[in-house]
Structure formats: structure tokens, C-alpha cells
Design a protein. Structure first.
Length: 266
């Protein structure tokens, strides 16, 4: 049984995650969960004006201990000249994250932001909850010390409720007219093999919509990555950077900027 456990309150500026599971945890789910937490922190720091260079302030693994695995996540800036009191960044970040989670649970408290969470934060929260949502007897704990000590946990049932609420939110939330996204997974429902960049191709990006949407390619090289795939492109998934263009809040066009990788669909 793999556990990420909190044995004592974290040091100031250190975020500890405790996952009490009842069955083995998929390593990919755990890695994606921690990565999503780190990305949510970097996005929050940028939105709050704490990071003058985007994605410079990040969470890193501070310590992993043997036995019951204890994961400590600490902030770190790539530019040493930019100094922040990390104890005063991690604590408000977790408070903001918990406010967004309460939004999806319908448990809003006084002091929570009136503005609904962004689509990106909603997707991060869904990923963070994945390991505990898959294990019916598990719990996930968040623990941090800053200006205040925040300790919060969620059961597997709550994690599933959060994920279901996120899915409904992403399905109903209106898209901006033009939105650039990186590292999205796209599958193709239809593709023309004549090299055309503009017509006939349709694909699905599930984080945007379950329905096929028209696909165009920004460059011949981007489409060539699809056409040169030795296997049937319809049996593959592609990691892409893409512009999502919407009409009245609904996806109308995916403009693929770059195809970074491909792998077989499950």
C-alpha cells in the first residue's frame, strides 16, 4: 500500500499531501495529481502578481522519506534574485484552492471569491482528486503552515463529487472566442490524407468537448506529423498545442499549432 502521510505539521512554506489509500495507487495518477497541484500554484502566483516572470515560481519536491512515503512540496524560484517569503505564498494559495474546491462541492464560505474558478483551475482540481476518487476507501489531506495553519481533507466520495461537478462546469461554461492551450490530448474522428490544411478533418479534445470539432493545421509540418504516423491515425491520440476558437461559447474550430507526440488510444 502506497501512502503519502503527514506525521507532523509542516515547516512554514512547506505543503504536505497525505493520501490514505486502501489499494495500490497508479503511479501515473499520482504524478499527474502532483503536477496539476504544481501548475495550479504557478498559475495562482502569476494571477496574484507574485511572479513577474510567468511560470518562474513553482512547487518542487522538497523531501521524500522512506517507509510510509512523505511528500513535501516547497516553492522555488528559478531567479534567485527574486525573493519571497514562501510561507506567505503557499498558505494563501492553499486557501484559494480550498475555496475553489468548496465551489464545486457547493459549500461556499464567507471570504471565498465571487468569481467562478477558471477552466484551467477546474481541470487542475479534477486531476488532483484522481488518485483518491478511484479508491472508494481513501482520503486526501492538505496541510500547510503560513500566517495560519490550514489542514483540510476530502473522502473518496467527496473527490468523486468534486470531479463530477467539475465535468458539469466544464461542459456548461462558455469558452472565450479564442483560447490557446498547450499539451492537450486530441483524437481524430476524420482525417484527409491529401495534405490539405483546411478541410475535412475533425477531432475530439475531451477537456473542451466530447463532440467532434473541425480541425485545421497551422503548418504543413503539423499535419505531416499526423500523416506520417505509421499506424492508423484514428487509432492514435496526439499531444498538441492548439488554438480553440468558439462561437457563442461553444467550440467551433481547433487550430493545431504543433503535434508534440502520439500514442495508441486505450
Amino acid at each position: 500500500m502506497l501512502q503519502i502521510m503527514v506525521e507532523k505539521p509542516p515547516a512554514p512554506g512547506i505543503l504536505k499531501i497525505e493520501l490514505k489509500n486502501t489499494r495500490p495507487v497508479d503511479l501515473i495518477d499520482l504524478a499527474v495529481s502532483l503536477r496539476a497541484l504544481g501548475e495550479a500554484y504557478s498559475d495562482w502566483a502569476e494571477d496574484e502578481g507574485l511572479d513577474i516572470q510567468p511560470q518562474n515560481l513553482k512547487l518542487y519536491i522538497h523531501e521524500l522519506r522512506t517507509g510510509s512515503i512523505i511528500a513535501e512540496l516547497a516553492p522555488w524560484m528559478e531567479q534567485a534574485s527574486l525573493i519571497l517569503d514562501h510561507a506567505k505564498t503557499v498558505s494563501p494559495f492553499l486557501a484559494a484552492l480550498q475555496g475553489a474546491i468548496r465551489y464545486f462541492l457547493g459549500r461556499k464560505k464567507e471570504g471565498d471569491k465571487e468569481k467562478p474558478p477558471s477552466r484551467e483551475l477546474a481541470q487542475h482540481i479534477h486531476a488532483v482528486m484522481e488518485p483518491v476518487a478511484k479508491d472508494g476507501g481513501s482520503q486526501i489531506f492538505f496541510d500547510v503552515v503560513g500566517d495560519v495553519h490550514i489542514h483540510q481533507y476530502y473522502t473518496s466520495q467527496e473527490a468523486n463529487a468534486i470531479q463530477n461537478s467539475v465535468k458539469r462546469y466544464l461542459g456548461n461554461a462558455k469558452l472565450p472566442a479564442n483560447e490557446r492551450r498547450t499539451d492537450e490530448i486530441m483524437t481524430l474522428q476524420q482525417v484527409r490524407f491529401d495534405g490539405s490544411l483546411r478541410t475535412g478533418d475533425r477531432g475530439v479534445i475531451e477537456t473542451v468537448s466530447q463532440k467532434p470539432v473541425k480541425v485545421v493545421f497551422a503548418t504543413p509540418e503539423a499535419k505531416r506529423r499526423i500523416l506520417d504516423e505509421p499506424k492508423n491515425p484514428g487509432q492514435m491520440a496526439f499531444l498538441v498545442d492548439v488554438e480553440v476558437r468558439a462561437i457563442e461559447g461553444k467550440p467551433a474550430l481547433y487550430r493545431v499549432l504543433e503535434v508534440k507526440d502520439s500514442f495508441e488510444r486505450p
